[in-house]
Write a protein that binds this ligand. Sequence first.
Ligand code: APR
Length: 237
Amino acid sequence: MNISQARRFLGMCDRILVITGAGISSESGIPTFRGAGERWRDRHVSELATPAAFEEDPRLIWDWYSYRREIVARSEPNAAHIALANWAKGRTGVTLVTQNVDGLHERAGHPEVAHIHGSLWHNRCTECDKEREDLALLYPELPRSPCCGALERPAIVWFGERLPAKTREQALAAAMDAEAIVTIGTSGKVATAASLVRIGKLRHAEIFDVNPEHSCIEANSRFAGLAGEIIPQLLAA
Ligand code: APR
């Protein structure tokens, strides 16, 4: 389908799953994981975003998250976040699942966001798993849980960790049920987006992928371009 056909098709669907990845935030100035954000202080993201790396050197990992928090705090939602939020506000039956932890969908006014990889702005106690919002940018002292004083970690799903059960169930249900799935700015190299698409496809959902590069998403239609240009056309409110 071309963009106009896809827009009309989506307009007729009652249940749509939208999955966003790092690419939707790249026009806001946030580096993608398999691009400019792939390395920090000469380490690969796959070495940093692991429970083992945190156990070995929590200061290093919190410094990396401070660096990322500072970038996101300076960023604004872009045309893609805004068009998607306005479109979703005007209809029912849309589920948004994001791999992004930056919170830009909420800042664009998106009504409901399923954060399948966690949030940059939440910490989790390493002892009792209690989570809390924390908007700090710098950590002169490593953050400690107000409940028991134990060290906190970023409330993010790292490599090798399980997805949060409730969000995972919600995403799976939406994928099983969707008439259409729209993926935006994901390489499809992380299992989360790729497996949801595979499930949707088995259930005969139509798959649309928005990405300037060829992704691993098994799409029926690909829109090769920047999300900030394509999404306002595809999801005209
Ligand atoms: N519009 C649309 N897509 C874009 C844009 C843009 N302006 N800029 C870049 N992209 C695409 C890239 O071509 C790439 O395919 O976004 C994709 C970003 O890929 P990744 O960085 O792999 O992001 P994602 O698929 O979301 O995987 C990131 O990996 O490290 C883990 O859990 C972490 O959530 C994170 C996940």
